[in-house]
Design a protein around this ligand. Structure first.
Ligand SMILES: *[C@@H]1O[C@H](CO)[C@@H](O)[C@H](O)[C@H]1NC(C)=O
Ligand SMILES: *[C@@H]1O[C@H](CO)[C@@H](O)[C@H](O)[C@H]1NC(C)=O
Ligand SMILES: *[C@@H]1O[C@H](CO)[C@@H](O)[C@H](O)[C@H]1NC(C)=O
Ligand SMILES: *[C@@H]1O[C@H](CO)[C@@H](O)[C@H](O)[C@H]1NC(C)=O
Ligand SMILES: *[C@@H]1O[C@H](CO)[C@@H](O)[C@H](O)[C@H]1NC(C)=O
Ligand SMILES: *[C@@H]1O[C@H](CO)[C@@H](O)[C@H](O)[C@H]1NC(C)=O
Length: 935
C-alpha cells in the first residue's frame, strides 16, 4: 500500500516536473511579442541571442535558396527566399494585435544565392504603402529596413515587387511588439515611421546593442560603424566616455542601460556630425538621449545647445543634463515629434559660454514619417470574396489587391486609391454561385468567370455600371438572363454560351451589345428584336464577322481609354519585351553580323584618313562622314593582337549588340589588307579629358552640375555593361579620355569590350594586365583577377578628377612623394579638408554637401580591396543624389544672389511643417528642445 502510494507520488511529481520543464523551455524560447521568420529556412532554432527563429513555410510562393558565402555563420542569413522577376508582388502576412505598436524589420543579404552576381534592386511595401527600394550593392552586407507602426488591422503584410535588376528576395522578417505608449505620436493613425538612424554614441564595439539588452530588440547602431556617410565630419576633441554604474532609464521603452552607459564628449567644446538620413528629405521624428555619466566637480557646469547649421531657429534652449534629468546617471530625452529634415543632416552640440565642460550625447533616434496609403477602395469587398476560396493559390497573394501592383488576376485603375477594373478568374475551378461581392465593384469594366463550375442564377450586375465585357461561358449557370443587363449602358459583350440557362433573352438588350448564347438548350432569343440587336445565335458567317469587328474595335478603344488594364499594360510589356528581344537577338547571333564596311568606303568617308581626332592605346581615330551624311569616328587598330584573329568578326558582332544611351554607338567594322578598323558614331564635344585639363578648359570649362551629369551618364553606361549584358562586360580601361561628350555635354562611354577583343582568343596573353596607369585597380594588378570592381576603382579616379580638375598622375601637382591623385585626395578628404582639392575653376558654384557626397563615394571606390568598393549602381545612386542637392541649391541660388540663399532647400530644417490638417499640434521651438518630453 505504502509502496503504491509512493509510486503515485513519484508519478505526479514526475508529471509536474516535466510540465514545469516543458513550460520553462517554451517560454524561454519563444520571446513574447516576437515573430522571427527565417525566410527560406527549414528548421526552428534559437540563435545565440536567445531569439527563436521559425521557417517561413506559411508563404506559398517563391523558392528557398542557400547563399554562397562560406564563412557566414548566422543561420538566419544562410538561407533566403527569392521570387521571380515578374510584374507581380509577393507578400508575407503577419498576425498582429490591433491598436498595438510594433517594429517590423526586414533584412536582405544577397550572398550571390542565384550564382549570378547580379545585385538585385526591388521595392518593398507595407500593405499598399511604399516602404523602401532595396538596392543591393554588396553580396555579404545585410541591408536592414525597419518600420514602427500602430496596428490598425489584425494583420499586416510586407510585399516585394518591381525588381528592376535581379530577383526580389528576403532573408528575414521580424516583428517586435512594443509596450504601452512607446513611440506614440500624434500622427500615428495616418503615418508609419520608418527608422532612419538609431545611434549608440561612444559604443564599445562596432556591433549593435540589441536583444537581450534591449527587450524590444531595437538595434542601436554603434557610432564606430564604418558605413558610407554614417557619422562623418566628427569634431576634433571628440572623446568616448563610459560608466559601469547603473543608469536610471525609468521604463524599458527608453534606450537600454548599456546604450546610455556610453557617450561621446566634445572636449574642445563642440560635438559635430554629419550623416545621411535614409528616406529623407521629409517629415521626421527625432529624439536625443542624454545622461550625465561623468564625475563632474562641484564647480563644473555642462551646458550646451543643439545647433543645426541650416536651421538657426532650432537652437534656442540650452541643455543642462544634471538639471534636466534631476541628477547624475539619469535619462533626459528632449526631441521633436514633427520636424522636416534633409537627407544630409549636419548637427552640432556646442557648449554655452558659461559652461566649463563640453557637450555630451549618449544616443539618438531619427524616424521618417511615411504616409499610409489606405489601399484600394474595393479592399473589403475583395477580402470577402477571397475569403471563400482560401485554399486556392490565387486567393493567397496577400497585401492590397491593387497596390503597389495588382494581384495576378486583377486589374485596377490608376487612382491614388484605386478601384478594381478587371477580374480574371477564368478556369479557376470555382464552384457554387457567382459570388455576390462581384456585383458591388462599381469600377469593374471586365469580368472573366468562364470555364469554371459555377451554378445557380446570374445575379443583377447593375451595381457595376461600367461593365463592358462579361464572360460567363462554360459554366453550369441556370435560370434566366436578367433583364438588368438591358439597363447597363456600357455593356458591349456578354458571353453566356454552354450553360444551362433557360427562358428568353430580355428584349431590352441594347443594339450594339454582342451576346453569344450558343449551347444553352433552353434559352431562346427574344421574340421580336433579334434581327436588330446583333445577337448571334448559332454561327452565321456575316454575324461572326460583325462580332469579331466589334470585339477588335472595343478592345482597341478599351486599351486606349483604360491604361490600367492589367493584361496588356505598359509595365507588363516593358518587362517582357526587352528580354524577348534580347534572347531573340542572341539566338540569331550566328546569322546577323555587325555591319561590314569596305575599306574604300571608309577611305572616302575620311577623305583618305585626313583628319585625326584622337589616338589611344588601341589605335588612331579619324573623323569621317558617310554618304548619308552621318558623321563617324573611324578607329584604325594598331595592336598586332587584333590582326588575323579568327574571332574578330564574332567579337565585333557581340559589340554591335550592345546598345545603350550612354555607350558610344558601334556602327561597324572593316577588316581588309591586314587592317582592323572599328567605326563609331562621332561625338561632337570630344573627350572629358580635354574639358577637364586640356586647352579647352579656359574657354568653356565644365561646371559642377555638368560634371555630375557627366558622371551620371558614364555610370549608367558602365552599369549597363555590368548588369545589363550577359555575360557582364568589364570595361578594363575607364579613364577621362574614354568618356566622350556630345553636343549637349552629355556623356557616353567608349572603347568598351575592346580589351576583351584584344585579349581573348590568345590565352597566353590573357594574363597581361591591361589598363592605364593611374586608373588601374591595384588589386587587379597584383592578383590579375579581373572583376567589375576594377572598373569601379577607375571610376573613383574619374570622380576625383571631376572634383579636382587634376590628372590622375602628375609629377608636380600633388606635392613631394606623391604622384597619384588617389593618395593626394585621400589625404585631404580624410582630414576633412575638401576645399584643398576642389578645382579652383569651379569657383564657389557648387553645394558643399554634394561635393562631400561625391568625394566620400570616390574614396569608397578606390579602396584597396574590390569587395570593399561599392557597385557601380550604388555609385550612380549617390551621383544622382548629389545632382538633386545641386539642383535644389541652384534653384535658390539663382532666385536670389545674396549669401543666405546658398542655404539649399534640401537642407532646410523646419519645425512643425507636416501638413496634417486641422488637428495639428505643432511643437513650439523653445519647449521642444528644453522640455523633458513624455513619449
Ligand atoms: C541548402 O543547404 C542544405 C544543407 O547544406 C541542403 O540540405 C539543402 O538542400 C540546400 N538547399 C538548396 C535549396 O539548395
Ligand atoms: C493568424 O491568425 C489566424 C486566425 O486568427 C490563424 O488561423 C493563423 O494560423 C495565424 N497565423 C499565424 C502565422 O500565427
Ligand atoms: C519600379 O521601379 C522603378 C525604378 O526603381 C521606378 O521608377 C518605378 O516607379 C517603380 N514602379 C512602381 C510601380 O513602383
Ligand atoms: C582641441 O584641443 C586640443 C588640446 O586639448 C588641441 O590640441 C586641438 O588643437 C584642439 N582642436 C581644435 C580644433 O580646437
Ligand atoms: C482544378 O481542379 C483540377 C482537378 O481537381 C486540377 O487538376 C486543376 O489543377 C485545378 N485547376 C486549378 C486552376 O486550380
Ligand atoms: C459563340 O460561342 C460558340 C461556343 O463557344 C462558338 O463556337 C461560336 O463561334 C461563338 N459565336 C461567335 C459568333 O463568336
Amino acid at each position: 500500500m505504502k509502496a503504491v502510494k509512493m509510486e503515485i507520488w513519484v508519478f505526479w511529481f514526475f508529471v509536474f516536473f516535466s510540465f514545469l520543464l516543458f513550460h520553462v523551455c517554451f517560454s524561454d524560447a519563444q520571446t513574447p511579442g516576437f515573430v522571427s521568420l527565417d525566410c527560406g529556412g527549414s528548421d526552428s532554432y534559437t540563435d545565440e541571442l536567445g531569439i527563436q527563429w521559425f521557417p517561413d513555410d506559411q508563404i506559398r510562393f517563391g523558392q528557398s535558396s542557400n547563399i554562397s558565402i562560406p564563412d557566414e555563420t548566422r543561420q538566419q542569413y544562410m538561407t533566403l527566399r527569392s521570387f521571380p522577376n515578374d510584374n507581380r508582388k509577393y507578400c508575407y502576412t503577419l498576425n498582429v494585435t490591433t491598436r498595438t505598436r510594433y517594429l517590423v524589420r526586414a533584412t536582405f543579404m544577397y550572398g550571390n544565392f542565384d550564382n549570378n552576381n547580379v545585385y538585385p534592386k526591388f521595392d518593398v511595401s507595407m500593405g499598399a504603402t511604399p516602404w523602401s527600394t532595396i538596392v543591393i550593392s554588396d553580396a555579404s552586407t545585410v541591408e536592414v529596413i525597419e518600420m514602427i507602426f500602430l496596428a490598425a488591422d489584425s494583420t499586416i503584410s510586407v510585399c516585394l515587387s518591381n525588381a528592376t535588376t535581379g530577383q526580389p528576395f528576403i532573408s528575414t522578417l521580424e516583428l517586435r511588439q512594443f509596450n504601452g505608449s512607446m513611440y506614440i505620436t500624434d500622427y500615428e493613425n495616418q503615418y508609419y515611421m520608418s527608422v532612419s538612424a538609431r545611434i549608440n554614441f561612444g559604443a564599445d564595439s562596432a556591433d549593435p546593442v540589441r536583444y537581450p539588452d534591449d527587450p524590444y530588440d531595437r538595434m542601436w547602431e554603434s557610432d564606430s560603424l564604418k558605413k558610407p556617410n554614417f557619422l562623418v565630419d566628427v569634431a576634433a576633441g571628440t572623446e568616448k566616455i563610459s560608466t559601469k554604474l547603473p543608469i536610471d532609464v525609468s521604463g524599458d521603452d527608453k534606450p537600454p542601460q548599456k546604450v546610455m552607459q556610453t557617450a561621446v564628449m566634445g572636449k574642445n567644446g563642440t560635438l559635430s556630425y554629419r550623416l545621411n538620413l535614409d528616406g529623407f528629405p521629409g517629415g521626421g521624428w527625432a529624439f536625443t538621449y542624454f545622461a550625465e555619466i561623468e564625475d563632474i566637480g562641484a564647480d563644473d557646469v555642462r551646458k550646451f545647445r543643439l545647433v543645426l547649421p541650416d536651421a538657426p531657429q532650432v537652437s534656442k534652449a540650452a541643455v543642462n543634463i544634471l538639471e534636466n534629468a534631476q541628477g547624475k546617471n539619469r535619462l533626459y530625452e528632449p526631441g521633436f515629434q514633427d520636424l522636416t529634415l534633409p537627407f544630409v543632416l549636419s548637427f552640432k552640440f556646442v557648449k554655452t559660454p558659461d559652461s566649463t565642460l563640453g557637450p555630451l550625447i549618449n544616443a539618438m533616434e531619427i524616424n521618417k514619417y511615411v504616409k499610409k496609403n489606405g489601399g484600394t477602395l474595393d479592399g473589403p469587398t475583395i477580402t470577402k470574396l477571397v475569403s471563400q476560396y482560401l485554399s486556392a493559390d490565387w486567393a493567397q497573394e496577400g497585401g492590397d489587391p491593387c497596390l503597389p501592383v495588382p494581384w495576378s488576376w486583377l486589374g485596377c485603375n490608376s487612382d491614388p486609391q484605386p478601384l478594381v477594373t478587371v477580374i480574371h478568374l477564368s478556369r479557376k475551378n470555382l464552384t457554387g454561385n457567382i459570388p455576390s461581392e462581384l456585383t458591388n465593384l462599381g469600377g469593374l469594366v471586365e469580368l472573366w468567370l468562364d470555364g469554371n463550375s459555377l451554378t445557380g442564377p446570374i445575379p443583377d450586375f447593375s451595381g457595376c455600371p461600367n461593365l463592358k465585357i462579361i464572360h460567363l461561358e462554360n459554366n453550369q449557370l441556370t435560370g434566366s438572363v436578367p433583364s438588368s443587363f438591358g439597363d447597363m449602358q456600357n455593356l458591349r459583350e456578354l458571353y453566356l454560351q454552354n450553360n444551362l440557362l433557360s427562358g428568353r433573352l430580355p428584349s431590352n438588350l441594347g443594339d450594339n451589345l454582342v451576346v453569344n448564347i450558343t449551347g444553352n438548350a433552353n434559352l431562346h432569343k427574344a421574340s421580336s428584336r433579334s434581327s436588330q440587336t446583333g445577337i448571334i445565335i448559332g454561327s452565321s458567317i456575316g454575324a461572326a464577322v460583325l462580332l469579331i469587328a466589334t470585339i477588335v474595335s472595343c478592345r482597341f478603344l478599351h486599351k486606349g481609354k483604360t491604361p490600367e488594364k492589367k493584361f496588356g499594360d505598359q509595365a507588363h510589356l516593358g518587362n517582357v519585351l526587352p528580354s524577348k528581344k534580347k534572347s531573340a537577338s542572341l539566338e540569331s547571333t550566328t546569322t546577323e553580323a555587325a555591319h561590314c564596311f569596305t575599306f574604300s568606303e571608309l577611305e572616302e568617308a575620311t577623305k583618305d584618313f585626313e583628319k585625326k581626332i584622337g589616338s589611344g592605346g588601341y589605335g588612331v581615330v579619324y573623323y569621317g562622314k558617310l554618304k548619308d551624311g552621318r558623321e563617324i569616328a573611324v578607329k584604325v587598330l594598331t595592336s598586332n593582337s587584333f590582326q588575323g584573329k579568327r574571332e574578330f568578326s564574332n567579337e565585333v558582332t557581340l559589340l554591335s549588340r550592345i546598345h545603350h544611351r550612354n555607350l558610344v554607338q558601334f556602327l561597324g567594322y572593316c577588316q581588309e589588307d591586314g587592317k582592323s578598323i572599328l567605326v563609331y558614331e562621332f561625338m561632337h564635344s570630344g573627350t572629358l579629358k580635354e574639358h577637364l585639363y586640356g586647352p579647352l578648359t579656359r574657354e568653356r570649362g565644365v561646371n559642377w552640375i555638368q560634371r555630375l551629369e557627366i558622371a551620371e551618364d558614364a555610370a549608367r553606361g558602365i552599369e549597363y555593361l555590368h548588369t545589363g549584358c550577359v555575360p557582364a562586360i568589364i570595361h578594363r580601361d575607364l579613364k577621362t579620355s574614354n568618356i566622350l561628350l556630345d553636343m549637349n555635354m552629355r556623356a557616353k562611354v567608349s572603347d568598351f569590350g575592346l580589351s576583351k577583343l584584344a585579349v581573348d582568343g590568345a590565352s597566353h596573353v590573357s594574363s597581361i594586365v591591361r589598363g592605364t596607369v593611374g586608373y588601374l585597380d591595384p588589386e587587379y594588378y597584383i592578383s590579375q583577377q579581373l572583376t567589375d570592381k576594377s572598373d569601379v576603382y577607375s571610376f573613383g579616379v574619374i570622380l576625383l578628377e571631376l572634383i579636382s580638375g587634376q590628372e590622375a598622375i602628375s609629377n608636380e601637382n600633388f606635392g613631394v612623394n606623391c604622384r597619384n591623385i588617389v593618395q593626394w585626395a585621400k589625404m585631404h578628404i580624410e582630414s576633412g579638408d575638401i576645399q584643398g582639392i576642389i578645382d579652383p575653376s569651379l569657383r564657389d558654384e557648387y553645394d558643399i554637401q554634394s561635393m562631400w557626397k561625391i568625394a566620400e563615394k570616390a574614396l569608397m571606390c578606390v579602396q584597396a580591396h574590390g569587395h570593399m568598393r561599392p557597385s557601380i549602381s550604388e555609385v550612380l545612386k549617390e551621383v544622382q543624389d548629389a545632382i538633386m542637392i545641386e539642383k535644389e541649391t541652384r534653384g535658390t541660388r539663382e532666385g536670389n544672389s545674396d549669401d543666405i540663399s546658398r542655404q539649399s532647400l534640401h537642407s532646410s530644417i523646419q519645425l512643425g511643417s507636416m501638413d496634417l490638417g486641422p488637428t495639428d499640434s505643432y511643437l513650439s521651438i523653445d519647449e521642444s528642445i528644453a522640455r523633458p518630453t513624455a513619449r
